[in-house]
Design a protein around this ligand. Structure first.
Ligand code: DX5
Ligand code: ZN
Length: 220
């Protein structure tokens, strides 16, 4: 499967968001990971559909990958699809009707993903694996950037990959939280192909160097 580096805007300088996003794209970003927090599902507050639309109006052409850490989700799904998002994931515990929320994303021609917290079991994917485009495995607890990768996530990624392969479904694995140059290869080898990285990119001086080193690691 093709690999994608997805910088998370959570660690960007929000006062210069358009420029920051253009800079990571020029530096080799494949996807822009857009973290949406509501100070309710998670103890932090970020940005909404207006900001997504502003980025698109600013000229951002790479896919915008909206990670909803909100409850409920359906209204925001509609608003983000209309704002031009390409991918949307949500946490299944945050909606009353998981299947309906997936269908809502797909009805808007967006890719649908299910986000699993560190303590959320893979069994939450039963009965929906054939309907989703990607699974977002959280390797930190959602809410903040810059946290440490939770090591047992590797085993979960491997099991998830096995589950997908056995099902014959075409589902990608995205991993989010604590990813950097040092651990990206193990995460790749465990079965992931979309890598979210916030602080490991935006907290460096040279985005191009950070992203190309990550790409080198996973292609080695
Ligand atoms: C956490 C967010 C992540 C976060 C990743 O709730 O979903 O996308 O920004 O940041 P790093 O890469 O710094 O762990
Ligand atoms: Zn995220």
């Amino acid at each position: 499967m093709k690999n994608f580096i997805a910088p998370s805007i959570l660690s960007a300088n929000f006062a210069e968001l358009g420029k920051e996003v253009n800079d990571v794209i020029l530096a080799g970003a494949d996807i822009i990971h857009f973290d949406v927090m509501d100070n309710h599902y998670v103890p932090n507050l970020t940005v909404g559909p207006l900001v997504c639309k502003s980025l698109i109006n600013f000229g951002v052409k790479k896919p915008i990958d909206v990670h909803l850490m909100t409850t409920p989700v359906d209204d925001l799904i509609t608003q983000f699809c209309d704002a031009g998002a390409s991918m949307i994931s949500f946490h299944p515990e945050a909606t009353q009707h998981v299947d309906r929320s997936i269908e809502l994303i797909k009805s808007k021609n967006c890719k649908a993903g299910i986000a699993l917290n560190p303590a959320s079991p893979l069994s939450l994917l039963d009965h929906i694996l054939d309907k989703i485009d990607f699974i977002l495995i959280m390797s930190v607890n959602p809410g903040y950037g810059g946290q440490k990768f939770i090591d047992n996530s590797l085993d979960k990624i491997k099991k998830c990959k096995e589950m997908i392969d056995n099902s014959g479904c075409n589902v990608e694995i995205e991993v989010d939280g604590g990813i950097g140059i040092k651990n990206i290869k193990t995460i790749h080898d465990a079965g992931a192909n979309i890598f979210v990285a916030g602080s490991a990119i935006f907290n460096t001086e040279n985005y191009e160097e950070a992203i190309s080193k990550m790409k080198q690691e996973i292609s080695a």
